[in-house]
Design a protein around this ligand. Structure first.
Ligand code: ATP
Ligand code: MG
Length: 192
């Protein structure tokens, strides 16, 4: 591990498997005795949202964009206070709102987080659809395969834009069916 600490921002569309992959990555880093701090951006944001009466995590994306923006800023400020060799931030590049794609990492949030590495987790649209359908722990929006394909494309362009703005290295990792370990290892090898 290099001396400088890393701030690794992991993104990908809902249900692609970010949390699954990052949980495995965290275990690998801890086994390698790398001081790691793992934070789910949405969880920190939800803690802030609960203070204004939001009851369910999946209701946050239905709030007015202005409110979501305030909550994002509060979450980013809280996350930048975390110190470790590797800070892993599990978040979204965009949220589907009625106004359109709302960036999860607009310029101000990206600048505040100042990532060293940006990692996009992706999978086949059909796999993502099946994962959303299987996952009973969340209130997921169900959309068509075509809409998922479009979201995957938007994700790649937003990733590139985020890399240019932040100067972070960008990596695209495939989270193939049953192979979340391999996806985690690819990120581990890139940052370790
Ligand atoms: P969100 O953005 O909504 O938080 P996420 O990207 O974090 O979603 P997960 O919650 O990690 O997605 O995964 C969604 C579902 O897909 C879970 O049920 C998980 O067990 C399953 N899953 C994740 N990765 C794989 C994989 N490689 N193979 C099969 N199933 C997977
Ligand atoms: Mg998740």
């Amino acid at each position: 591990m290099e001396k400088t600490s890393k701030r690794v921002v992991i993104v990908g569309i809902p249900g692609v498997g970010k949390t699954t992959v990052v949980t495995k990555l965290e275990e690998m880093l801890k086994t390698a005795e790398v001081k790691t701090n793992y934070v789910v951006f949405g969880t920190v944001m939800f803690e802030e949202a609960q203070k204004i009466g939001v009851k369910r995590r999946d209701d946050m994306r239905k709030l007015p964009v202005k409110t979501q923006r305030k909550l994002q800023e509060k979450a980013a400020t809280s996350i930048t206070k975390r110190k470790a060799d590797v800070v892993l931030v599990d978040t979204h590049l965009f949220i589907n709102t009625k106004e359109g794609y709302y960036p999860g990492l607009p310029h101000n949030i990206l600048t505040a987080l100042s990532p060293t590495n940006l990692v996009l987790v992706q999978a086949e649209a059909s796999e993502i659809l099946a994962r959303r359908q299987k996952d009973a722990t969340r209130n997921r929006d169900m959309v068509s395969l075509e809409a998922i394909e479009r979201d995957l494309m938007v994700a790649r362009s937003m990733l590139a834009a985020s890399a240019v703005i932040s100067g972070a290295a960008m990596q695209i990792v495939n989270n193939a069916e049953g192979k979340a370990d391999q996806a985690a290892k690819a990120i581990f090898d890139a940052i370790h």
